[in-house]
Every structure is written in C-alpha cells, then in structure tokens.
Ligand binder design. Sequence first.
Ligand code: ADP
Length: 161
Amino acid sequence: MLRALFPGSFDPPTNGHLNIVDRCVRIFDEIVVVVATNPQKSYSFSAEERYAMVAEMMEPYDNVRVRHWNRLIVECAEEEHAKVMVRGVRALDDFSYEFELSMINRGLNSRIETLLIPTDPQYFVLRSTAIKELARLDGDISTMVPPNVARRLRERFQRQG
Ligand code: ADP
C-alpha cells in the first residue's frame, strides 16, 4: 500500500490543487490531503472552513482522505505511515521554496521522501492569494476554483465589501 500525503494551507483550495490530486490518485494507492494550520500564520478561512472545502472537492475520489493537522507535517506522515509527501511546483520561485522545505523535512525525518510535481500549464498562474484578490474585486474566478469554493469566496469577500 503506497500512501502519499498532500499537505497545504488550502486557503482556499483551487483547481491547481485539484489537478495535483487528480494526477496523484493514478500513482498512489491512497492520498491523504492534509489541511495544515501553522499557528504562526494567519488565514482567510478557518481550519474548519478549509477542511470543508477540501472535503467537498475530494468527494468523487474513493482513495482520497482529508484530515487536519497543526504540528510538524513529517509527524503526520509518520502517523499515517506515508512514505511520500507530494508538493506542487508552479514556477521557479516555488521550486526554491519547496526545495528548501524538502531539505528541512528530510533533516527532520529522512524516511519520508518529498515528491515535487510540476503544475499543469493550465494552472500555472493559480495562486490562492491572487484568487482572493479577484474575489474581492468581483472578478471571474469560475475557471480557477470549483463551484463550492467560488461560492464561499463570494460569501466571504463580498460581505466584507
Ligand atoms: P502552503 O502554504 O503549504 O504552500 P498551499 O495551499 O499554498 O499551501 O499549497 C499547497 C501545495 O500545492 C504547495 O506545494 C503548492 O506549491 C501547491 N500548489 C498550489 N497551487 C498550485 C497550482 N496551481 N499548481 C500546482 N501546485 C500548486
């Protein structure tokens, strides 16, 4: 049984995240999408909201589980008996960040491998922060996030005005 973790903030989840999962389900027996909360970071959506959005998106997949985690991600991988942690890479600046992160995680636990998956060109420009800006300005985000996420973004940002 080859299990992989896909950790992230998912603040909010996008079609780019979905694409990574969609490709991973064909490689691994099981994917655990980990909605991570870092106590040092601030988020637009609560852990419960991020979890709910990701869980809705993952409903079609039999071999994807969603969970929340607020400690070191390698500890989650260890608890889940996952050998692999998947991260997505959009551009070169993502790569240097992800590369450094993988070094840190490897230092913490060398039994867990980080696998970097380059984005599909279609999702190259998708960033959660840019999508939130667009939602605030009432821009069209329908091709960037699934309908359940678009609805929550509209509710959140249009209420704030
Ligand atoms: P984090 O705060 O941990 O970086 P994110 O939710 O921003 O969490 O991203 C989780 C993972 O998904 C990261 O590895 C990120 O590079 C990847 N990712 C985000 N957007 C895309 C995209 N459009 N295409 C491919 N990978 C992506």
